[in-house]
Design a protein around this ligand. Sequence first.
Ligand code: SF4
Length: 472
Amino acid sequence: MPDADKPREKCGVVGIISENGSHAPSYLYFALRALQHRGQESAGIAVQGKNIKCIKHLGLVSDVFNTKNLNKLKGKAGIGHVYYSQKLSKPENAQPHVIPTAIGEIALAHNGVIVNTEELKRELRIRGHVFLKGAEEEAMAYILADEIQRSDDILKAIKVLMRKLNGSYCLTLLHNGRVFGIRDPYGIRPLCLGEMKDGFVVASESVALDVLNAKVLRDVECGEVVELTREGVVSRQMVKKSHKAHCFFEYVYFARADSVLEGRNIYEVRQRAGARCAEEHPVDADLVIPIPDSGRSHAYGFSHKMNVPVIEGLMKNRYIGRTFIMPDQKSRDISIREKVNPIPDVIRGKRVVLVDDSIVRGTTITRIVQAVRDAGAKEIHVRIGSPPLIAPCYLGIDMENREQFLANEKTIEEIRAETTADSVGYISVDGVVDAIGIPKEDLCLGCVTDKYPLDIPCEMHRFQKTLPDYEE
Ligand code: SF4
């Protein structure tokens, strides 16, 4: 279960084509389970038979699917989706969305956020479209349907769609038995391509390929469309930008530690970030303790660099499921101890470094500091593997306003005082960029720099507007 004090990824997508029609639905099921960390609110699979058949509902992948309903899905081509919504969970928000069009159904699964959705919807309403669900994917499907009707060519339609969309998107698309993977021209969210023994797969993260024993071929390029066929993968570079903007937060928190994004092993990136944080904020200490589970890889890097032992001094209860907002301080204290409990015998009298990947609101770290102090720690130092979060994410991560951030308009000393730690140190922006190993200009660092890689309508008053620089 995700930590309520951590940002949440909005979605994970997968698309598969298999020579064997009975395998595709189960492949999609296992791939979605591997992507479960990217969305826990709903799950869905759409498979092409005579028509597209889609099963989706609120719940974890293993809640939504069982042998009986998976057996009802038959087809060699399909797409899948796991979803997290910032809004109230509603079954109609579950994806894939299947939209009927004059030339056959389109099933769409989307990871990301389109920042010009309202503008697109206005145009589409003028052209007579009615929005039944209100989802941005509905707008995408209508754009595709209109263009397919005009040109009878799905690829031309996808190109038109990509030129109209502004924002982050990794899409899997199913139409008349054809499966496409589409990545936005900045490559904000991840998408990779793999080869199975009996077909091909495109998915948000390589862990979904690993579980299928698929060979990871490569990342889908920024602005690229890949079509999975039984014979191979057909690639088209549809749109290009002058730079990329991979989300740095995928590397420090969202992606699974065993994933590989853009050739970087996530576990190693986090270890490097922990080591860099130790270089930037050294401290005399007896023990390094990871905040479970998110701070573990960073803590190992920190410990190694400082030559201070790392121990699991905080135990996490993995079985309590979703927790509720507690009405009073006493209940909140019980709630955090129920989730993460210190081991006093290893902590007592020690100078402790608590390491985590990020701090959003700061409620969890503050309560953990208190619990560790109650367990007898002599000193408590907090070290964080990402720079202070200060600005919202408009591109697919659940961080909506500045006020929610602990670091919002605060000095490090004010943050230290609020957490009650003896010291607090965050890795620098340059430090995390070095740890990731991708040039700064090819990363999105919007939530830590307050500068976004593309025009965000509600931020436009803050920055000078620039026009999109698409190239053919
Ligand atoms: S603003 Fe932050 S979380 Fe959002 S895409 Fe950019 S780096 Fe990722």
